[in-house]
Design a binder for this molecule. Structure first.
Ligand code: SF4
Length: 233
């Protein structure tokens, strides 16, 4: 595992429990709005290589905080690209932590393997856009069958999970959100996250954010297929 950063104590993931957040390296998407291109683009990653945190240091830290921490979140930029993700989760589970995984959902096989072996306890999957429009946001052509398989695996798992979309004005329409909600019909939870202009992977991607009222309208579209939809503004 290439680990670029650790947030030792976080209450953002689960406000009711303390979590350590582990950030990996690399991503197989190229979202225009990504705020972390230094962990995504190979030419920028090359400059970070000296800052990789050894796994041993991570495990030593976790061991020393067993009594304080409940969760370990493995997130950004795309953890399923790490060849030894499964072994890493196994080690963390052997230390009696609960594991949360954030993913863009491009690799259903690793999700299936992790779930089958009970190596994850919570999955958060980003759905960037309707599948046929993915390339407009993430600059990748998706294998639709594979992608829907990831959604299906999560929907049919017996763990808690969330799906979420970072919504961008002039990119996401009500119809897009309605169609995304249709992919995940009856999912346990779906979050709409408002895009915030900042330093982005594509420096020209500086759209304004949705207003609260506009977000509520998107939420109403999603609620046509889903019971629990929330806004992260
Ligand atoms: S926003 Fe997430 S999925 Fe998109 S390029 Fe950045 S890390 Fe990858």
């Amino acid at each position: 595992m290439l680990i670029s950063w650790i947030n030792r104590f976080s209450l953002i993931e689960f406000p009711w429990e303390i979590c350590s957040v582990i950030f990996t390296l690399w991503c197989n998407f190229r979202c225009d709005y990504c705020h972390n291109s230094e962990f995504v683009l190979p030419e920028k990653i090359a400059k970070l290589k000296t800052n990789i945190i050894p796994q041993k240091a991570i495990f030593n830290f976790l061991e020393s905080r067993k009594w304080q921490l409940s969760w370990v979140s493995i997130c950004w930029w795309e953890p399923t690209m790490q060849k030894d993700l499964f072994e890493f989760c196994k080690k963390v589970k052997s230390m009696w932590f609960l594991v949360k995984l954030d993913t863009n959902g491009r690799d259903p096989d690793i999700l299936q393997k992790l779930l089958a072996e009970k190596m994850v306890d919570y999955i958060a999957m980003d759905i960037k856009q309707e599948i046929w429009k993915f390339s407009e946001v993430a600059w990748v052509e998706l294998d639709e069958t594979n992608y829907l398989k990831s959604i299906d695996i999560i929907l049919n798992s017996n763990i808690n999970y969330e799906f979420r979309t970072t919504v961008i004005k002039w990119v996401h329409s009500k119809e897009n959100i309605w169609n995304i909600a249709k992919y995940i019909k009856n999912a346990k939870s779906y979050f709409l996250q408002n895009f915030r202009p900042w330093i982005t992977l594509n420096p020209n991607f500086q759209w304004e954010s949705f207003s609260r009222m506009e977000l509520e309208e998107l939420k109403s579209e999603a609620e046509k297929y889903l019971k629990k939809v929330a806004i992260r503004n």
